[in-house]
Design a protein around this ligand. Structure first.
Ligand code: GDP
Length: 465
């Protein structure tokens, strides 16, 4: 098992998170900043993860008598002791210099950190969430410790930070036993199904619109909002005052990232300039699903492909929008051509959804929205361990892996380690010798058999000899 330290300045919600993870009212929650909490170590459970939360009580005692000094000493000890730190910031209040100081300390130590943006259920927490990206500790996980929101995302972030091998180290022996004796996974199944059904559509879906300059991003956002608050065209003006805009689409809350607003936030009084790579990257990281806008009259420019590649490398779900469809003369032929190019030029996202639209006339926007939501569901997809192992047997029988020095490679056990995007772990003999072509065979098979088109799929291999 591994150990976790919960660090952060007072009043960000550390104790509430502790209580939620340990499931007991051990910690004393006090709203007064700086009040010493009575925290004890606990055995934490988070979905299917088990870990120890290390004791940070008493660490404050010997520290210098300033808030900063106490925080510094406490955090230092906690991160040294733990395998991983959960660094909690308050998305509602925003960041303070103490957060910055703690972040710098965490960065310097170089140990695994999961950045947690707590109180994310609160109105106006987007700014704090966005600012948390600037701490240089990777992507913040928006949660609400109080309301229990974002716990599955937190679980996934922990698995990612510490690595699936380590996160599930204890289960190793059981896993081997299960595959060898072919027990029907009776115990594991319930918990698995629970995770499989975990898609949460009560949360707003975070969407970003990216694309080359003049592809029609601003026009599209305006159209979505049914208003004309953003000026478009070569002398584009900026009238947004927040970094995101939110609206409801057939009962689902959609939160769209406003790159213009964000740019302004990053540098006040900045002269208007075209979207830079850094801007796009920020938008991509903010989002869950990214709409990549192509100008259908000049599609698949080098820059278009670079943007798609960036989105997928960041592990995001992506939907292509072929914009300015109102200018296309032979829609059927052009669409067939674009679809063929998509499959050929973007093999890393086989099955990616591509929708012809016109931001100007509004054509295709319903369909685009539906595709955004469908893609998000695929990105969030979780397949039960029982199903995966039945599948693994079947694909291996159909197309056995090669032999190495007279012994056939055997794929023994498979489990999904996280979603968003889907990532799997397979334990197998001689994982080092498994050919790249076989890995592609597995990925394509997963895509087809579990309906996961258009999202990046990752497989970790663990040797099991
Ligand atoms: P951005 O740089 O990606 O935000 O692009 P803009 O939204 O500013 O659009 C660039 C230009 O393309 C403007 O002159 C728009 O009027 C035009 N444009 C955007 N979408 C469409 C569309 O669907 N059809 C047509 N015909 N023109 C469009």
């Amino acid at each position: 098992s591994f150990s976790v330290a919960i660090v952060g300045r007072p009043n960000v919600g550390k104790s509430t998170l502790f209580n939620r993870l340990v499931g007991k009212k051990l910690a004393l929650v006090d709203d007064t900043p700086g009040v010493t909490r009575d925290r004890r170590p606990g055995d934490a459970k988070l979905v299917d993860l088990r870990f120890r939360i290390i004791d940070t009580a008493g660490l404050e005692v010997a520290a210098p008598d300033t808030l900063e000094g106490r925080m510094r000493a406490q955090t230092e000890l906690a991160i040294d002791e733990a395998d991983l730190s959960l660094f909690v910031v308050d998305a509602k209040m925003g960041l303070t210099h103490v957060d910055q100081m703690l972040a710098e300390m965490l960065r310097k130590r170089g140990k695994p950190v999961v950045l947690v943006a707590n109180k994310s259920e609160a109105r106006g927490s987007d700014g704090g969430f966005y600012d948390a990206f600037t701490l240089g500790l990777g992507e913040p996980v928006p949660i609400s410790a109080e309301h229990g929101q974002g716990m599955i995302d937190l679980r996934d972030a922990i698995v990612e930070a510490i690595g699936p091998e380590r996160a599930f180290a204890d289960e190793e022996d059981d896993d081997e036993a299960l595959t060898d004796v072919d027990v029907p996974f009776s115990d594991a199944e319930d918990e698995d199904e629970e995770i499989e059904l975990a898609y949460d559509d009560s949360k707003p879906l975070r969407v970003a619109i990216v694309g080359r300059p003049n592809a029609g991003k601003s026009t599209l956002i305006n159209r979505f909002l049914g208003e004309d608050r953003l000026l478009t065209g070569p002398e584009a003006g900026i009238t947004r005052d927040s970094i995101s805009v939110e609206w409801e689409w057939h009962g689902r809350m959609i939160k769209m990232f406003d790159t213009a607003g964000m740019r302004r936030k990053a540098r006040v009084q900045e002269k208007l300039e075209k979207l830079s790579v850094a801007d796009s990257l920020r938008a991509i990281r903010f989002a869950e699903t990214v709409v990549i806008v192509f100008d259908a009259t000049i599609p698949f420019e080098k820059q278009d492909l670079q943007i798609v590649d960036l989105v997928l490398r960041e592990g995001r779900a992506a939907v292509l929008a072929f914009n300015k469809w109102d200018l296309v003369e032979d829609p059927q032929a052009v669409l067939a051509d674009l679809r063929e190019k998509t499959e050929r030029l973007l093999p890393q996202a086989r099955g990616i959804r591509a929708v012809p639209i016109s931001g100007q006339t509004g054509y295709g926007l319903e369909k685009l929205m539906q595709n955004i939501i469908d893609t998000d569901m695929v990105w969030n997809k979780r397949v039960s361990t029982a199903k995966l192992n039945r599948w693994l047997d079947a694909v291996q029988t159909q197309h056995p892996p090669p032999a190495v020095s007279g012994r056939r490679i055997r794929l023994k056990y498979m489990t999904q380690v996280k979603a968003r995007p889907p990532a799997f772990m397979i334990s197998c003999t001689r994982s080092d010798a498994l050919p790249e072509s076989y890995v592609r065979y597995l990925i394509n098979g997963l895509r087809n058999d579990f309906q996961m088109p258009g999202v990046p799929i990752r497989i970790h291999f663990k040797s099991a000899d």
